[in-house]
Design a protein around this ligand. Structure first.
Ligand SMILES: Nc1nc2c(c(=O)[nH]1)N[C@H]1C(S)=C(S)[C@@H](COP(=O)(O)OP(=O)(O)OC[C@H]3O[C@@H](n4cnc5c(=O)[nH]c(N)nc54)[C@H](O)[C@@H]3O)O[C@H]1N2
Ligand SMILES: Nc1nc2c(c(=O)[nH]1)N[C@H]1C(S)=C(S)[C@@H](COP(=O)(O)OP(=O)(O)OC[C@H]3O[C@@H](n4cnc5c(=O)[nH]c(N)nc54)[C@H](O)[C@@H]3O)O[C@H]1N2
Ligand code: SF4
Ligand SMILES: [Mo]
Length: 704
């Protein structure tokens, strides 16, 4: 008997609806769900790999404890859940009682945002350990977006979402949605949406140091020197405000403090910035005019402008451009969402710099410190030194700058526990690994990504498979650990609800819940397994703003000060240096989708793309292994001639280099490559936020 299950793909932010055919406990087929109101049947090759993930022999099914024999040989012993959880709880309590709560560090990785139980139930454990040493993938990713949203709109999760389906003009910087499927922008089927934009006479302009897959289907592409986008954006803003008198149009009465921004824009005339950015003054001026004249326009930037040295300034200037052109909160511009489970009014708005990291004095954001300083906090003795670490759904050794230093630091811990189903470059350091159920064994609601979505929709999925006897979901692991810790500390455990019960209550209390025409609850969503369409994004200002005066705040001190210093911060690098930037491929996903043969087969993708002129200058040979050196370290990778990258820039993807000892990823271990984050620099940051500057790292390249 075959059954067809509805399930969202949770691997990336596009959250595509799937139809999964199952027979006799096995996945027979995975297809896109044409009835899904958001993804409309779209999928990418990674969706099929959900089957591989589920069946992967390397995926842990039971907790394991590390055993190191006298000769230093590492092996992993399967242990029971009771024993694994008890040992973990006792280790955490011991660290807390011996060295204080800040001696416990925590790092949460990207998939924890794609698995709603990890979001709803983390606190069942961490409410006992309110450590200052919390870290996550946010600070190697979207931290600038949160900060800017908090400053301008009053809440860290109020993101303006590009309304691609109704726009006329789209200026995109440092994003490659054809490979990534969109980020901070849930936009399944983006290629088709770009094509419709062009078919209706609209334009897509891409600014990127590489002519990416997205740039190739755009109306126009401009190369930009890595790390100079803030200068370009300041120049666009200056042209808009000073030359075109842009004042926000219908938003004018909601804007606070634009005059204070204007004071600092004087030096960014297009003619003054063309050499720095590599984009002609006439084109800068034209882009500003087009943005202003288009009936509806979008300015949007992602990883290439978030994880660079002026990440926060870039995101702030992008939103100011959307504001002054009157395209914020406008159909075809960038709008706020109204998700069925609306966390915005019910969660902390965010906070910044309320404490600093112990060793390097970097600011917290929303009670998290920059991941770039996790290794320092482990390696530097003193009160508050991290001695015990909890990692969940993350691989910071491959994903955070100077991963080698962190790799060495993890060796120094008293105790480490990882919530993960793989023994990877990070979890290999754990004393105990706690593997949750496979994604297909738990239910699913996209708590995070409806916030970033181009349409308001809601969808709930039942598990595809029953969980195996004794197995635990991520949220159950947090709950069980919390109960054990409470017992140790002589406290009462709190009664706990399941994630789906919490979602049910939030749906009923939400903007489409009880008493509204949609009458959403878990029950209604169960009746519509492909999801419920709640319509296109709507104009929501000023009500949606959470600033007390309901204004769009443009005069926050921190970015204004950074803007005032911006032009003094650009020096040309020396002749021999190159800028290193990253790239993504549709068949890969950060560090953890390389263990599935169907995704990694074919030619090596972990190559250093380099312009033929740069290859020639260094006397290198296309296809040969070369040495790439930064301030931090050298790695050896294969060089690939590429006409589509800007001279002076090289590109290498991250998440590769599964060559470290004692990992258990039998397929990934056979794929070549090196870890890009062995050469990114933990001291190279977006100064304003502490976000990692993963793009624009200076490197040299030579023959070995
Ligand atoms: N140089 C460079 N570095 C980068 C980037 C870049 O562009 N360039 N990108 C950055 C970005 S945007 C991100 S988000 C980070 C990602 O960095 P991380 O989040 O640290 O790493 P991932 O590679 O996503 O590792 C995810 C881990 O979670 C596990 N996992 C998957 N699903 C689950 C689950 O349901 N439960 C549990 N418990 N575990 C699970 C996987 O087995 C894997 O070990 O990398 C960053 N690093
Ligand atoms: N297939 C696949 N999909 C993914 C992921 C994945 O690893 N693989 N990861 C997911 C995650 S966690 C995230 S955060 C998103 C990221 O989603 P995106 O941000 O859309 O993806 P990237 O490919 O990192 O795009 C960054 C672009 O910035 C460019 N760039 C680099 N430096 C600069 C610069 O200084 N200025 C400008 N203007 N551009 C620059 C790069 O060339 C690159 O094309 O993708 C998600 N989706
Ligand atoms: S684009 Fe691919 S990986 Fe992303 S959600 Fe859709 S099917 Fe999954
Ligand atoms: Mo990310």
């Amino acid at each position: 008997m075959q059954h067809v299950h509805h399930r969202a793909c949770h691997l990336c932010e596009a959250i595509c609806g799937l139809k999964i055919t199952v027979e006799a406990g096995k996945v027979m087929q995975i297809k896109g769900d044409p009835e899904d109101p958001l993804s409309r049947g779209h999928i990418c090759p990674k969706a099929i790999a959900l089957k591989d993930l589920h069946e992967d022999k390397d995926r842990l099914r039971f907790p394991v404890r590390k055993i190191i024999d006298k000769t230093g040989v590492v092996s992993w012993q399967e242990i029971g859940w009771d024993e694994a959880l008890k040992e973990t709880a006792l280790a955490l309590v011991k660290a807390n009682n011996t060295y204080g709560v800040d001696s416990i560090g925590a790092y949460f990785g990207n998939p924890s945002v794609h698995n709603y139980g990890m979001l709803t139930h983390q606190n069942n454990l961490f409410r006992f350990f309110k450590t200052k040493n919390r870290f996550s993938a946010t600070s190697v990713d979207q931290l600038p977006h949160h900060l800017v949203s908090m400053w301008m709109f009053g809440h860290k999760s109020l993101f303006p979402i590009p309304d691609i389906d109704r726009t006329d003009y789209f200026l995109m910087l440092g994003a490659n949605p054809l490979a990534s499927n969109g980020s901070m922008w849930t936009v399944p089927d983006v290629k088709k949406r770009i094509k419709s934009l062009k078919n209706r006479g609209g334009k897509l302009i891409v600014i990127d140091p590489r002519k990416t897959e997205t740039a190739k289907i755009a109306t126009e592409h401009f190369f930009i020197k890595p790390g100079t986008d803030a200068i370009l954006l300041a120049s666009l803003l200056r042209t808009l405000i000073v030359e075109l008198n842009a004042d926000g149009r219908q938003l004018k009465s909601l804007i606070q403090g634009l005059d204070k921004v204007k004071i600092h824009l004087g030096e960014f005339r297009p003619e003054s910035v063309e050499t720095i950015t590599g984009i002609d003054a006439s084109n800068i001026r034209r882009l500003a005019e087009e943005l202003y004249e288009a009936p509806a326009a979008i300015c949007y930037g992602r990883m290439g402008v978030s994880t660079q040295r002026h990440g926060t300034l870039c995101q702030w200037l992008i939103q100011l451009i959307n504001v002054v052109t009157g395209n914020l909160d406008k159909s075809g511009g960038s709008l706020f969402t109204l998700p069925a489970v609306d966390q915005v009014p019910n969660t902390r708005p965010g906070g910044f710099g309320r404490h600093l990291s112990r060793v390097r004095g970097l600011p917290e954001f929303d009670n998290e410190l920059p991941a770039s300083t996790l290794a320092d906090e482990i390696l530097t003795p003193g009160i508050g030194q991290v001695k015990t670490l909890f990692t969940g759904a993350g691989n910071p050794v491959l994903s955070t700058p100077n991963g080698s230093k962190l790799d060495q630091a993890l060796e120094k811990l008293d105790f480490m526990v990882s919530l993960d189903f793989y023994i990877n470059e990070t979890t290999r350091h754990a004393d105990i690994i706690l593997p949750p159920t496979s994604p297909l064994e738990h239910d699913h609601y996209d708590l995070a990504f409806h916030i970033n979505s181009i349409r308001n929709t809601a969808r709930f999925n039942e598990p595809v498979f029953e969980k195996p006897l004794g197995a635990l979901h991520d949220w159950e692991i947090f709950t069980r650990l919390g109960e054990l810790v409470a017992k140790e500390l002589g406290l009462e455990p709190r009664p706990t609800f399941s994630p789906s019960e919490l979602i049910d209550a939030s749906l009923k209390n939400g903007p489409y819940g009880t008493g509204r025409k949609e009458n959403l609850s878990l029950e209604t969503l169960r009746q519509h397994p492909s999801g419920v369409d709640l319509g296109p994004l709507k104009t929501m200002l000023p009500e949606r703003l959470l600033n007390p005066n309901k204004k769009i705040i443009c005069d926050t001190n921190e970015p204004i000060e950074a803007l005032s210093k911006l032009s003094s911060e650009f020096n040309e690098p020396s002749e021999s240096s190159l800028y290193l930037i990253g790239r993504r491929h549709v068949r890969s996903n950060n560090s953890w989708m390389h263990n599935f043969r169907r995704l990694v087969k074919g030619k090596n993708r972990c190559t250093l793309l380099m312009h033929p002129d740069d290859i020639k200058k260094r006397d290198l040979t296309d296809g040969n292994t070369v040495r790439v050196t930064s301030r931090v370290k050298s790695i050896d990778v294969s060089v690939e001639k590429c006409l589509e990258i800007m001279p002076g820039t090289v590109s290498l993807p991250h998440g590769y280099g599964h060559t470290r000892k004692d990992i258990q990823l039998s397929v990934a271990e056979t794929t070549a490559g090196a870890s890009c984050n062995d050469i990114t620099d933990e001291r190279y940051l977006d100064k304003l936020s502490g976000n990692a500057a993963l793009n624009g790292v200076l490197v040299s390249v030579e023959n070995i």
